[in-house]
Design a protein around this ligand. Structure first.
Ligand code: SAH
Length: 340
């Protein structure tokens, strides 16, 4: 018989299923507490009768991700984890330490379908979506390995979160609720390459998370070369969705812009970007492009980066240059892949 993925259930769902198999509601609460404490098997649930633990193990499984490999940056202490999943697939997550606490970058899919030309993840193709429980488990495994509590989550690892919409929304609700990991939505960022129909859908959920949108160009022709999704939804269509998102949620959008030497970093691109974002409640994050094997793009130089920021600021658009973490262990944006 196929076991049920108990970590992907809301407490209500578990309670309902417990009711169906004849257990009282308080048992569901007990089990849920153990699961979100990071317990890996029913045998460890010490306040349950042994017979109950056995019965539960015959009906449910507790998802977990096993550490296959761990790399620690000598520069900034960033840690990159390669995890093995129950079915033998691999994913990566990255732990970063900031002044205000620990932040984790998690994967939402095994591989990615989006095929952005500068990103390592898409090069290995797409295998499958991650389950809510597999996203939760990345956080739990990293917390356990370091004996820490993580305070911020970014959905910027492998995969396109909005291409795994239902599982990602369930994950967001599971991690942010009291009975779950209790990490507030305001401490969560979700990054998308611009899946426009799902941005409209997400806007209606009115979550307090930060939406990041990967822009990388203010000119359609260039953006289509960098990001195939631009052929389906172009810049104007994407920015219209972003405006709708801001209108619905009242939340500032963070635009990511990878600076590639000679491709998207000239004054013309900066001026066009300023024009397109004028008056919008937003922030622009400039990321000097990270090296990916097999990709020939080079980082923008210091002069172009500063000029770009200056043009945006002159137009009253908030912009910062993102600090790169974990560069010596290929743990930076766009460098995650199924590396065994
Ligand atoms: N699919 C989502 C989230 C994963 S990528 C998205 O596209 O937003 C997280 C961020 O890293 C995105 O902004 C992505 O465009 C960026 N990125 C990918 N490859 C990169 C590289 N080589 N250098 C810098 N940023 C990169």
């Amino acid at each position: 018989m196929n076991l049920i993925d108990v970590k992907s259930m809301y407490l209500d769902e578990l309670a309902e299923d417990f009711n169906y198999i004849g257990y009282p509601k308080y048992r569901a609460k007990q089990v849920y507490r153990w699961i979100y404490k990071g317990t890996k098997d029913f045998n460890g649930m010490l306040d349950l009768p042994i017979s109950t633990r056995k019965e539960l193990a015959n009906r449910y499984y507790i998802s977990w991700v096993d550490i296959e490999k761990k790399l620690v940056s000598k520069i900034d202490g960033t840690k990159k984890y390669l995890f093995k999943l129950r079915d033998g697939e691999y994913i990566e997550s990255v732990l970063m330490k900031y002044k205000h606490g620990y932040s984790i970058c998690i994967s939402t899919q095994v591989g990615c379908k989006m095929k952005c030309s500068f990103c390592a993840t898409g090069k290995s193709g797409f295998s499958r979506n991650l389950l809510p429980s597999e996203m939760v488990s990345q956080i739990q495994a990293v917390q356990e390995d370091n004996d820490i509590r993580i305070s911020n989550i970014v959905l910027m690892g492998m995969g396109e979160p909005l291409d795994n919409y239902d599982n990602v929304i369930k994950f967001l609700k599971l991690v942010s609720c009291n009975e779950g990991l209790n990490i507030g939505m305001r401490h969560i960022s979700l990054s998308t390459c611009g899946v426009v129909d799902k941005i409209y859908k997400l806007a209606e959920e009115k979550l307090q998370l930060t939406l990041s949108v990967s822009l990388h160009s203010s000119i359609n022709e260039t953006r289509s070369k960098l990001m195939p999704i631009n052929k389906k939804w172009d810049l104007d269509c994407l920015l219209e969705a972003c405006r709708f998102y801001i209108y619905k949620t009242n939340r500032r959008i963070s635009f990511e812009y990878s600076m590639i030497n000679g491709i998207n970093d000239s004054e013309e691109f900066a001026n066009k970007l300023a024009y397109k974002l004028k008056g919008m409640l937003c922030h622009v994050n400039l990321i000097p492009i990270n090296n990916v094997s097999g990709v020939k793009y080079k980082k923008s130089n210091f002069r172009n980066l500063n000029k770009f920021v200056k043009i945006l600021e002159e137009n009253k658009i908030n912009a910062t240059i993102r600090r790169t973490l974990g560069s010596d262990i290929n743990a930076s944006c766009g460098q995650l892949k199924r590396n065994v």
